[in-house]
Design a protein around this ligand. Sequence first.
Ligand SMILES: Nc1ncnc2c1ncn2[C@@H]1O[C@H](COP(=O)(O)OP(=O)(O)OP(=O)(O)O)[C@@H](O)[C@H]1O
Ligand SMILES: [Mg+2]
Length: 435
Amino acid sequence: MFPRGVTVWHFILIPPVVMGGVIILFRWISRSLLDPATISENGLYAVARIVTISLVMSLVIAWLAFRHRREYEAQIAAQNEDLVATRDFLSNVIETSGEVIITLDSDGHITSWNRTAQQIYGWTQEEMLGETCDRLFAAPDDHGNKFRMHLDTLQAGGMVRHEETTHRRRDGSIITVHVTLSPLFDVSGRYVGATSLIHDVTKLNELQSRLVEQERMAALGQMAAAVAHEIKNPLAGIRGGCEILLKGANEVDPRTELGEEMLYQVDRLSRSVHDLLVFATPKTIKPVPAQIHLIVDRVLKMIAEDPKNKGIQVDRRYDSELGHVQVDPELMEQVFFNVLLNSCQAMDLNGAITITTGKAGNHVSVSVRDTGAGIPDDVIARIFEPFFTTRAKGTGLGLAIVNKIIHDHGGTIRAVPPADGGSGTEVVIQLPAEA
Ligand SMILES: Nc1ncnc2c1ncn2[C@@H]1O[C@H](COP(=O)(O)OP(=O)(O)OP(=O)(O)O)[C@@H](O)[C@H]1O
Ligand SMILES: [Mg+2]
């Protein structure tokens, strides 16, 4: 309110001093001042009155100024309070938003990291403030370059809308997100950073692909049922005919070999139709508390009955603490039968299979490792696809069925080269442990 350095005291003291000074100067110059005899009493009273009036006026002015100053200060304080309340409200909106909201400075360093960001990514505000976004990128090189291009766009006043990308969380898991970046400018129009709005769409994408998969499977199921219906009966007829023809033929008869080959091919076709039906027809899982070791043992016994597998050594490294797991025993038999059969088919007579079980966190894992030929990189990516096979006599449905059963149980399956660098393949199945 007052110019810098001026206070109320200036108003109180300056007017009487100045006025007094002026009067004394005036008196001193005038003749009456030169002649003390001419100084009348009236003159002294007049001086005293003027001094008193100017003092009162100073006090009034000072009081008015003081009041005005108080009002002005109160007004500023109220405005400050409003500003603080607005700022708190806005930070509260950002902090409690259900979306991830991150703000960045002009160099791309994080300046705010809200609660949802902490929940989704796992890093706290203290850990992220001042950091760059590189830590969030699933593929740091590619995403980092792209992000720097985005910063240029923002600096030029542009926006990045709903870009789908993948981010990495603190625990290493990958999420799919939609990112929207908007530039921030200060009152003078200078670029000061950006706001990043991030929406986690991982679950949505999973749901969508599951829906598409379900629709695909429903269509495939209908087709498989129709095909199976058309093929099954004729196949049974052909099989019966072959058996009748073979009955009368002796071993040297060339028709015997032909008939046996026909029988073999008919059985193969029947198996393919059966596999197709199993794969395509939805089957309800009936989970019961079961012991995985007993299921694996039953399957191993079945496999050992085939003379082709007699030379294969089996090493069971079972975890005695494994306990029960909620699974459908019949479907699980099918899983281990397919996986173990694949291992046998990939090995020569002297191969070895190692089965290791264990419990980690809330999962039970079963690993089947063989010493077979291994799976080349270009093949490994496709082994769970329906009808993908590298075997002349395979249908390519074995692992597709296994994959479906495991996922229906809430588990995961993967095939990897053995961790010790040896030859062969390791198939690792993880199932939710019983609570
Ligand atoms: N243990 C393994 N070692 C090497 N290759 C394997 C192994 N398991 C699977 N594969 C590869 O994965 C492919 C797909 O396996 P999958 O069980 O689905 O079909 P398949 O065995 O070929 O036919 P089938 O339907 O009769 O099981 C196989 O053809 C093979 O190339
Ligand atoms: Mg197979």
